[in-house]
Unconditional design. Sequence first.
Length: 322
Amino acid sequence: MRFNPKARLDTSRTSGGGGGGLGGGLGGGGGRIPIPGGRAGGGIGTVVVLLLFFVLSQCTGIGPQVIGGSGGGSSSTVGTGTFGGQQASDGGDTGDFGSCKTGEDANNDENCAFVAMENSMTGFWDSQADLEGRFQPEQSVVIFSGQVETGGCGSASSSVGPFYCPSDQTIYLDPTFFDSIFEQLGGEDTTFVRAYVLAHEYGHHIQNLLGTMGQVRTQQGPDSDAVRLELQADCYAGMWTAAAENDGFVTDITDQDISEGISAAKTVGDDHIQSETSGRVDTSSFTHGSSEQRIAWFKKGLTTPDSIAPCDTFKSRNLDQP
């Protein structure tokens, strides 16, 4: 995956903060985050803990609210552009992102790559006819390390993984996720894999704008609303992927990139996570969908970039076959 060297980057919605500063680059990062209970043992309790601290929060604000306690009531209120108790400066010169000026910077710096991805996704969704009159960008993409305070979803640590908080319409991401839990589960840390994860979280923002999150009633199970919400976000990620090369920011998404995205979707499937952590699969505790379902809905988005209707998982009678 490469970016247009001449593209001008808008850093006003991307900031860095929390804990010990920005995370490391591809394959680097800080200390590895251990999977709770290790790869084996612990039974279903370990799986539940993992889901709370890992991929349950690769999504919406559910993870941070649970971790923060009492629905986020114990957390401090964080306004737009704040992170880790620090106020972000205006105009985009935030954290280590002030040097992110062009697509060439994005090609050479992992932090600037997040800016280019965000710009690309914002442009894509802003152009969607289905969202005419309703679209607005997310408030911020916060790249943090260690610990972060959200604006309504409580506090979160690096163990939570990437997540979207609907209360402050902000995506939170600690890059150490990719070279810790993600790689321990068999995933690969590449630029496009990071883009897939960010696109999934941006999909949750679209769901928030459309009121889709209000349809979630059931939280667990293979046909639950929670699973449907996650699979739809995967489909939205596929939509962006299919159209990304037309936005002026992304110049090259290869077949290898697509393959890496499919592999990433497999890695974060509920069945794969459970199998890797406990040695067994319990479909009644699914919150994100199986590996095959996540792959299938990502691929569905790849074939339908011009309309969100085919991604309506809530109307689907068979989540295995979009």
